[in-house]
Design a protein around this ligand. Structure first.
Ligand code: B1M
Length: 211
């Protein structure tokens, strides 16, 4: 079995204590950090499918999530871009009612690696907290994550509240259930399919002098 497959299997099985060593071993063998990360993301998709099919339940999803977090901890320094200084300040949050934060944490990690100053408001974040923080800190770019069909509604409410508060900001959104079409429907400015796309959005936003 390849080291990458081993990492993915350990995540799927939720073997948190073994994942770190397996990730390190894959790195030592010369595997790319992004390749290892993608294998863990794919493993979580498998876990999601099994949950959907009734083969596993919430506790199994939870242990898989813990295992992925352990793996990401070991990968962190290897995903660094080497960027220094602040490229711009932004907020990111998982919207109200949604406790999924692995994707959002990856987005924060990537943006920080690329030199952005990220205010991470966490998960299950009330609309008012996003609005008030954007106002207080004068933030012009906000990233929202939602993993469930039901919480896309909270995302829409957050965007509406930002618009009605007259805060001059752009909003990008991401998460497993989102698509470009959904993002347009709820009034987001940009859709990010993955963490790397968030970096591209931030790069474009902060370099665009006409905003
Ligand atoms: Co839940 N869960 N979960 N879950 N969970 C999903 C999302 C689900 C799709 C599983 C399924 O049925 N197939 C399903 C939602 C169905 C739907 O609405 N369509 C679901 C459900 C139903 C639930 C519960 C309701 C289950 C229950 O209690 N009966 C419950 C809800 C809790 C709540 O939020 N109120 C629940 C709970 C949980 C756990 C707590 C056990 C755990 C989360 C732990 C944690 O995050 N700390 C969990 C997990 C692990 C999952 C799955 C299996 C994996 C999610 C994940 O971390 N993926 C998930 C299945 C799936 O997604 N296919 C599932 C890895 C991560 C890297 O991917 O977050 O998609 P993702 O992020 C990607 C992109 O989407 C993007 O970038 C990342 C990659 O680079 N991205 C962004 C994400 N956010 C972004 C933000 C951006 C930009 C890009 O800009 C701001």
């Amino acid at each position: 079995m390849s080291k990458i497959t081993e990492v993915a299997e350990l995540v799927e099985k939720g073997k948190a204590k073994l994942v770190g060593a397996a990730v390190q071993s894959a790195l030592d063998e010369g595997c790319e950090a992004t390749e290892i990360l993608n294998s863990m993301i794919d493993a979580m998709a498998v876990v999601g499918e099994r949950f959907k099919n009734g083969e596993i339940f919430v506790p199994e999803m939870l242990v898989a999530a813990r295992a992925m977090k352990k793996g990401v901890e070991v990968l962190k320094p290897h995903l660094a871009s080497g960027a220094t200084g602040s490229m711009g300040k932004l907020i990111i949050a998982t919207v109200a009612g949604d406790l999924h934060d692995i994707g959002k944490n990856l987005v924060a990690l990537m943006l920080r690696n690329y030199g952005y100053d990220v205010i991470d408001l966490g998960k299950d974040v009330p609309v008012e907290k996003v609005v008030n923080t954007a106002k207080e800190k004068n933030i012009q770019l906000i990233g929202l994550s939602a993993l469930m069909t039901t919480t896309v509604k909270s995302m829409e409410e957050t965007i509406k509240a930002l618009r009605t508060s007259n805060i001059k900001c752009k909003v990008f959104v991401g998460g497993a259930v989102l698509t470009q079409e959904y993002a347009d429907m709820i009034g987001a400015d940009f859709y990010a399919e993955d963490a790397q796309e968030s970096v591209r959005i931030a790069d474009k936003f902060f370099n665009d002098t006409s905003k």
